[in-house]
Design a protein around this ligand. Structure first.
Ligand code: HEC
Ligand code: HEC
Length: 407
């Protein structure tokens, strides 16, 4: 008995010690891998100069590749705002951090390398096939460097635009200053699915979000499961966004006027006052304008579902300016976009009116949208310089996106 007890005690002691050692080792391992993660996720993959410019990113084709949206010129009136393939990469430390925490860390960088369409046929079938590298853009999240940018995201372009306008590509710039928020940031803020990043277009990032420290592509069950937008849900899949959510705090401010609106504007019959403009639109008087699209076509913004039909009308002031290919439209230039149901019935209107000569980063435009034909108060946006409108319209010539001549 005595002997047995003793040996049991010994066995217990040994196994307890072993368990303690195992636990301690496991603990140490978690701790050290936490420490390793933390250390690895601190690495910075870009350089900012003393003047706050971003040095042209290097080595990014060895980072994590997140996807290739394509906006071919031939589907965008011959001139896509971002031609044509967009190969997007994220630095590996930010990828790891996003995978573990579902958040973009301080010092995240995403690079978008533009590639031309070389042809539309290959032995595999018809499609769009890549040609040459034609441009480079990047976005960086840094509270240290870009505290004033919304979300601390700053946007950069390294493409030689002057050269590319002349038909050749030129060299990439060695560094670039952050572009104004209304040129880039605001569209990302208004329409990107995850904190300024367009994860709705990147399955690699959707699969990674909050995945932990394991490797998403090694999981055979992960095919199309996690957070994949349903094809019939345009809200998730849209580049723009179907229904922008006005109630989400932070976004709401995007839809408020940022500048006072003149009580009346010369050169247009359309009033700016909330009651008066609704009454005017209901009369349908704008339909007598000479410049109008002959049929409706699938629309892309603002709050109609992506692809819901729209039809645009322009008053004579805007039409003459479009015809003259002006870079800046005169006071009174007005467009009205009808938003329709598939059966052709009206669901509301979007209106833009130029209220001063200087476009002032979109503040020189009055923006209005109503999502009802019976209730004048269903107005998500009204007034000058509404950022949610401005940001998405920024790629247009003086904020007009519809191409001329009207179809
Ligand atoms: C009209 C809206 C809009 C504007 C304005 C805009 N972007 Fe984007 N951007 C997008 C969309 C949509 C994507 C994702 C799909 C794609 O690449 O077409 C994107 C993706 C990106 C990406 C890849 C990372 C990410 O956030 O998804 C970078 C980098 C980028 N844009 C840079 C810029 C820069 C630089 C500008 C200003 C010159 C700019 N963008 C202006 C809509 C916009
Ligand atoms: C998601 C991007 C997006 C947002 C946000 C957006 N628009 Fe547009 N808008 C477009 C596009 C794209 C067109 C061109 C026609 C089309 O495809 O619907 C357009 C066309 C228009 C037109 C016809 C004249 C033109 O520029 O082509 C008006 C008027 C207009 N939008 C008003 C507004 C107003 C007002 C807001 C804010 C409440 C707004 N838009 C927000 C994308 C957007």
């Amino acid at each position: 008995m005595k002997f047995l007890n003793k040996s049991l005690v010994v066995i217990f002691a040994v196994s307890a010690t072993a368990a303690a050692i195992v636990a301690a080792t496991a603990d140490a391992q978690t701790k050290s891998s936490d420490a390793q993660n933390a250390a690895r996720e601190k690495k910075q993959y870009f350089k900012i100069t003393a003047d706050g410019e971003l040095m042209r990113p290097t080595d990014y084709r060895t980072w994590v590749y997140v996807g290739t949206p394509v906006t071919p010129n031939d589907m965008n009136n011959g001139k896509a705002a971002f031609p044509e393939f967009h190969n997007v990469y994220i630095d590996p430390a930010s990828y790891d951090h996003y995978k573990r925490t579902g958040k973009w860390r301080e010092d995240t960088i995403l690079v978008k390398e533009l590639v031309s369409v070389a042809g539309k046929q290959a032995v595999s079938g018809n499609g769009y096939f890549m040609g040459e590298f034609i441009g480079l853009e990047a976005t960086v999240k840094s509270g240290r460097h870009f505290a004033k940018e919304p979300g601390n995201w700053a946007y950069f372009r390294f493409t030689d635009e002057a050269a590319s306008r002349k038909g050749h590509l030129g060299n990439l710039a060695s560094k670039a200053a952050a572009l104004p928020a209304n040129a880039c940031n605001q569209c990302h803020q208004a329409s990107a699915a995850d904190d300024f990043v367009f994860t709705q277009h990147y399955p690699v990032l959707r699969a990674a979000k909050n995945f932990g420290s394991a490797i998403p592509e090694n999981n055979p069950r992960d095919r199309g499961a996690k957070g994949t937008p349903k094809n019939n849900d345009m809200k998730d899949a849209s580049a723009g966004s179907g229904d922008l959510n006005f109630d989400q705090s932070g976004r709401a401010a995007l839809w408020q006027a940022t500048q006072s609106t003149p009580a009346s504007v010369q050169g247009t019959a359309v009033p700016t006052d909330q009651t008066a403009i609704f009454r005017y639109l209901k009369t349908g008087a704008y339909r007598r304008w000479n410049a109008r699209e002959s049929t409706s076509h699938p629309g892309r913004g603002p709050h109609t579902k992506l692809q819901a039909p729209v039809k645009t009308y322009m008053n004579d002031t805007l039409a003459a300016s479009m015809q003259a290919e002006n870079d800046r439209h005169p006071i009174g230039a007005t467009s009205v976009k009808e938003m329709l149901k598939p059966d052709g019935s009206l669901t509301g209107w979007a209106v833009a009116i130029k209220t001063q000569n200087d476009s002032a980063a979109g503040r020189g435009w009055y923006w209005y949208e109503v999502t009802s034909t019976s209730d004048a108060s269903e107005v998500p946006a009204i007034g000058n310089g509404v950022q949610g409108c401005v940001g998405c319209h920024a790629p247009g010539k003086d904020y007009v996106l519809t191409s001329w001549p009207l179809k």
